[in-house]
Design a protein around this ligand. Sequence first.
Ligand code: SAM
Length: 203
Amino acid sequence: MFQKDKLTRKAKKEGYEARSAYKLIEINQKFKIIKPNSRVLDIGCWPGSWLQVSSKIAKEVVGVDIKQTKINLPNVKTHVLDINSDEVFKLGTFDSIISDVAPNTSGKIEIDQYKSYELSSRAFEIAKRLLKPNGNFLVKIFQGEESNILLNQMKKRFRTVKVTKPKASKKTSKEVYFVGLGFNPSSKPSKHSFDSSSVEQED
Ligand SMILES: C[S@@+](CC[C@H](N)C(=O)[O-])C[C@H]1O[C@@H](n2cnc3c(N)ncnc32)[C@H](O)[C@@H]1O
């Protein structure tokens, strides 16, 4: 509780729309998912703290969410869009795709985990279509029975795959983040990309 209050206050003081900003800052410092001069897609971008963080690093940031954000930054463009719509495939190609997409929680843990798995898997489908070769992917998932399915699929398409839980994420939350570095666009993984995959589980 103290941590949440502290980060929420910090976010307000520093002008971020949400405390989630510190999750992306921490993950990006560690894995360098977003690079300077790059084009980034932010999936599930409302209220916009990840847009704010990405816009300081990347050249251009595109955000999609079913809700309209109030973010007004020169290098950020947002679209009100359900990611299940094929309109999402018209957004162009990206160097990095980051997804914090999450369902409205019902309080029933198995249902929330499954909905999170469906949304995160859709984010991965989008990444497979829109990521440039060697691009990077970050996706949140509520850890549950199905999350290893997504993790194993990612291992076939990225040079390196990691699992991380930033300090800014509440310990009681089931959320973890999968990081895919070095996208391989071919449907069959090369021996090299498969052999060099690694998964690091963190607390
Ligand atoms: C945890 S919030 C994202 C917070 C954001 N990263 C930030 O830092 O401000 C998750 C978002 O996923 C969005 N979302 C859920 N289902 C979606 C869908 N089918 N299409 C697009 N966005 C969706 C929700 O509207 C919500 O804004």
